[in-house]
Design a protein around this ligand. Structure first.
Ligand SMILES: Cc1cc2nc3c(=O)[nH]c(=O)nc-3n(C[C@H](O)[C@H](O)[C@H](O)COP(=O)(O)OP(=O)(O)OC[C@H]3O[C@@H](n4cnc5c(N)ncnc54)[C@H](O)[C@@H]3O)c2cc1C
Length: 497
């Protein structure tokens, strides 16, 4: 069958690889000059930065389509708190227990309980919520899924992540660690249902991993897999329209002033963008209203800094927590602005890939959560945020240096930055056509979010399928890969004679 894939984000590449391996004739259309979408890289003067994702979980989903070498991290994240605590969340249970004891945190047993519960919720729900179409009644009726309605209390639909965490953990620092999992799909722990606490299972029971050659190598290997099975790529090509009618469903695309016919079209484009731009002027996309009303997930402001010094204080993944977490989320989702004391994430891939920065230097990816783009004054917001971020990093570095009597010299990180690139909600939106620059499509800030997420196909438009972070099951590398798996299955079921 002749198949068009619109967009070469990880969801688009994954479905192209899967379908072409089955012998279909696949062409990928991509408006940019390279594949990857939000997964991209910058190389400059000996530095290499992964510009988007940095956390790699459920690696088997990548391995199903392409070869990738990766390893398990010893420490999933190093957390820094305003009170001076530095806490390593080791993946080895004994080591974690000792680390918590050293920091006078008495929640080890509660953490074990949470991870056991998360595993149970994952095992109970992932088949329906992640690996199958959520919008087909027959999937709800499968014997293994019939137990779900009886376990709603355990699954945690009825309360927020934060209230479940506050009820379980004694230590505020641990509550903050587990609340942060809401940001893995761009949501607020004070509003997202406690079901999302299952994310901790992915990171701590299954594990946090890292590809040996960095995150962008995931894209390179899936892209090469696509080439090896004959997928054609049309780069620098924006698809302007999905041509469809009631009888044929979606049957052609318009790009480069041409109309090209296909048997099947798979879109990896943000569905909100698609509904507003790719359906011809006279037609209304069936779910346009719902998509427009949905609250976007958070976005991000990222500084990519080439730093001409080394700071062993930081590991590969580091979180410098805000002292006012609730206010930070209220700024992101209610007043839609950057918070003045943000939680800062510093990712240094050089810890895993030595060649990612010159000798004696480090490649810092410094990110704060940002509201989705709704026309804020970004140049001003970026300037203020940079000042706040540098101030906070300096404070933590200098406090730790003096605590360990390392040096009497005051460090100003700003003076050590030799190269800088910036990504904001506006640039993310422009580069990937993500509506409002949202990182994960719509937010999961309500009980109904999972049910309202756009399905992987629509009865009213046959031959059109959807993958990627804006549709079921959601954003993030593993879920985008899962969407491709679901669509492959749907296409097999519909078109195998
Ligand atoms: C800063 C940042 C940090 C993140 N951190 C993590 C993380 O740590 N872990 C994790 O798992 N996930 C993370 N994510 C989320 C993850 O990157 C995304 O969920 C995922 O990469 C989205 O893939 P996608 O298939 O939806 O396509 P996208 O990456 O959104 O790409 C879509 C592609 O389609 C193209 N396109 C769209 N419309 C058209 C059209 N009409 N014609 C031609 N081309 C078109 C676009 O140009 C783009 O290349 C992060 C994202 C960002 C931006």
């Amino acid at each position: 069958m002749k198949i068009a894939v619109i967009g070469s984000g990880i969801g688009g590449l994954a479905i192209a690889a899967r379908l072409s391996k089955k012998g279909h004739n696949v062409t990928v259309y991509e408006k940019n000059s390279v594949a990857g979408g939000k997964i991209s890289q910058i190389k400059e003067r000996g530095y290499r930065f992964d510009t988007g994702p940095s956390l790699f979980t459920l690696p088997h989903l990548t391995e199903e389509i392409a070869e990738i070498n990766y390893f398990k991290l010893e420490n999933s994240c190093r957390y820094f708190y305003e009170d001076g605590t530095v806490l390593n969340f080791y993946q080895n249970a004994e080591r974690l227990k000792r680390e918590l004891e050293e920091k006078s945190i008495t929640d080890y047993d509660n953490i074990c309980k949470r991870l056991k519960d998360s595993e149970e919720i994952y095992n109970l729900t992932s088949n329906l919520f992640i690996f199958n179409s959520f919008h087909k009644i027959k999937n709800f009726l499968k014997p293994e899924n019939r137990k779900i309605p009886l376990r709603l209390n355990k699954i945690g639909f009825h309360r927020s992540m934060h209230s479940a965490n506050r009820a379980l953990f004694k230590d505020k620092r641990v509550i903050q660690i587990f609340d942060r999992y809401a940001t893995y799909n761009g949501s607020s722990p004070y509003r997202a249902p406690a079901t999302l606490n299952m994310i901790s299972h992915l990171e701590h029971n299954i594990g946090a991993f890292f590809p040996e050659k960095g995150i962008f190598s995931i894209i390179e290997s899936i892209y090469n897999q696509c080439l090896s099975t004959g997928v054609k790529f049309e780069f620098n090509t924006l698809v302007k329209e999905i041509v469809n009618d009631k009888i044929r469903g979606a049957y052609a695309i318009k790009a480069n002033n041409e109309k090209v016919a296909f048997d099947i079209i798979v879109s990896d484009s943000d569905v909100n963008y698609l509904s507003q731009n790719m359906f011809g002027k006279e037609k209304r996309y069936p779910l346009a209203g719902r998509l427009k009303r949905a609250e976007p997930s958070s976005s991000a402001l990222i500084f990519y800094w080439g730093v001409k010094a080394e700071f062993k204080l930081f590991d590969i993944h580091n979180i410098l927590f805000s002292s006012q977490y609730k206010r930070e989320f209220s700024a992101l989702f209610e007043t839609k602005e950057l918070y003045y004391d943000p939680t800062i994430y510093i990712f240094i891939s050089k810890r895993a890939v030595e060649s990612d920065a010159p000798e004696g230097c480090e490649n810092w990816f410094v990110m704060v959560n940002a509201p989705a783009n709704s026309g804020q004054n970004w140049p001003l917001a970026v300037k203020q945020a940079k000042r706040d971020i540098i101030q906070k990093i300096n404070k933590i570095i200098n406090a730790q240096q003096s605590l360990h009597n390392r040096s009497s010299e005051t460090i100003d990180i700003e003076k050590l930055i030799e190269i800088e690139h910036i990504a904001s909600p506006v640039t993310i939106e422009k580069n990937t056509l993500s509506s409002h620059g949202a990182l994960y499509g719509s937010s999961s800030n309500s009980l109904l979010s999972a049910f309202l997420r756009h399905p992987n196909s629509l009865k009213s438009i046959p031959n059109l399928f959807f993958v990627g972070g804006s549709v079921h099951p959601g954003g993030g590398i593993p879920l985008c890969l899962a969407s491709a798996k679901i669509v492959e299955k749907e296409i097999d079921e519909i078109y195998s004679y």
